[in-house]
Design a protein. Structure first.
Length: 396
């Protein structure tokens, strides 16, 4: 039977989508992937090396992650100017966006970069994925975004499809010796029906510099006054190497179940990933490495997905109330499904997440058994910073 144009388009999109997803953990139906963070890379050959990097990611209460990167690069020769770039993956899934005229990524904001204290201007392009570390610009007057949420673009009046990414690029002049680059931006965290947020950040592109490593690397994750309970996947960032530098926090070894794309869009392999689970309030947790050669990318998930799959402490009818909650976004359950005792627990979750020291013996006993609970005797009960979801919770 002759293949129709519609079927051919659908098949092409599915093949390109499957190709991309072989490198990305599949989250869930109705997920929204906005983009990943990424390292700055040289766009061409260079003998400049990365001596130091401090990567700071603030997990916001407003669904955004704020990224602040401090680099120290070493130039062994005379003053030189090189082309550098920042590559950002396109959005996909349950995402709606309009391409900007400047070709900037629709979900990256406040992009800045400076060298030795001098701000740098930058340009934008839509390009083929830079697997070779070079820009291959796409003339968007000849292409269309296939549809909202798609991972490909299609050439006008044709059946040709192309994976793409957004790139920010700029010239940086390096003096001999150490040069400091400071780089900031914010981007919307991805989400799904079972994760209130997840953060992706690509570390491996740093290997493209001449020393093929980061001589001195620090990852710093920061939370505000509201408690953040999240999972950092992979074997690299272990509790043994973690250090809470300020505020209140704790961590523990754990595992995380995920489903990784296999050979087709409908074929998934269940895998159990090593991870660290972190509870953090008003502070920072960090990892420090010498001669860092990343062999995996950074993946951070809000802990609510794990909580829906595993159980730690089930006080009522197997319902894991105390874990199925992220204080920044509210509960992932219908409160009408719970009895009066359970609803009392739910009403007090926003207070527990801020460290309230309970006077009621039953509430104190319940929350003391939840590993993430961190009592804070200096916190006085207040609803001033409760969000809409939390205000609804305490009324039930």
């Amino acid at each position: 039977m002759k293949e129709t144009t519609t079927n051919r388009i659908f098949r092409t999109v599915m093949v390109l989508t499957a190709f991309l997803l072989t490198f990305i953990p599949v989250k869930a139906n109705d997920s929204a992937y906005f983009t990943s963070g990424n390292q700055l890379i040289p766009l061409g050959e260079t003998n400049i090396s990365v001596k130091k990097e401090i990567l700071s990611i603030t997990i916001g209460d407003d669904s955004y992650a704020d990224v602040d990167v401090y680099y120290e690069f070493y130039n062994p020769d005379s003053t030189r100017t090189i082309l550098m770039g920042f590559e950002a993956d396109p959005p996909y899934g349950a995402v709606s966006f309009e391409p900007t005229k400047t070709l900037e990524h629709p979900f990256i904001h406040g992009f800045t970069v400076s060298i030795n204290g001098t701000p740098l201007s930058y340009s934008n392009a839509i390009t083929q994925p830079m697997k070779d570390g070079k820009i291959h610009p796409i003339n968007m007057q000849e292409w269309n975004f296939f549809e909202e949420g798609a991972v490909v673009i299609n050439k006008k009046d044709s059946d040709q499809y192309q994976n793409y990414s957004f790139v920010y690029y700029f010239n940086a002049t390096f003096k001999p010796g150490i040069n400091i680059i400071h780089h900031t931006y914010r981007y919307e965290m991805s989400a799904s029906v079972v994760n209130s947020y997840n953060i992706s950040y690509k570390l491996s592109p740093a290997l493209r510099w001449s020393n093929h490593q980061i001589d001195d690397f620090t990852l710093r994750l920061i939370a505000g006054s509201k408690e953040k309970n999240f999972i950092v996947c992979g074997k690299t960032f272990s509790p043994e190497k973690a250090k809470v530098t300020y505020g209140m926090g704790k961590s523990r070894n754990d595992t995380y179940k995920d489903y990784i794309q296999a050979d087709s869009l409908s074929d998934y392999n269940e895998t159990t990933l090593p991870c660290i689970e972190v509870a953090l309030r008003g502070g920072s947790i960090e990892w420090h490495f010498a001669n860092f050669k990343p062999d995996e990318e950074l993946q951070i998930y809000s802990a609510d997905r794990k909580y829906s799959l595993d159980s730690d402490y089930n006080p009522y009818n197997g319902k894991n109330i105390g874990r199925y909650y992220d204080p920044a976004y509210g509960p992932f359950f219908e409160q009408k499904d719970y009895n009066s005792k359970e609803r009392r627990i739910i009403r007090n979750l926003p207070y527990a997440s801020r460290g309230y020291v309970f006077k009621n013996k039953k509430l104190k006993a319940y929350f003391s058994k939840l590993w993430w609970y961190m009592p804070n005797s200096s916190w006085q009960p207040s609803t001033n910073d409760f969000n809409k979801e939390e205000r609804n919770m305490i009324k039930k």
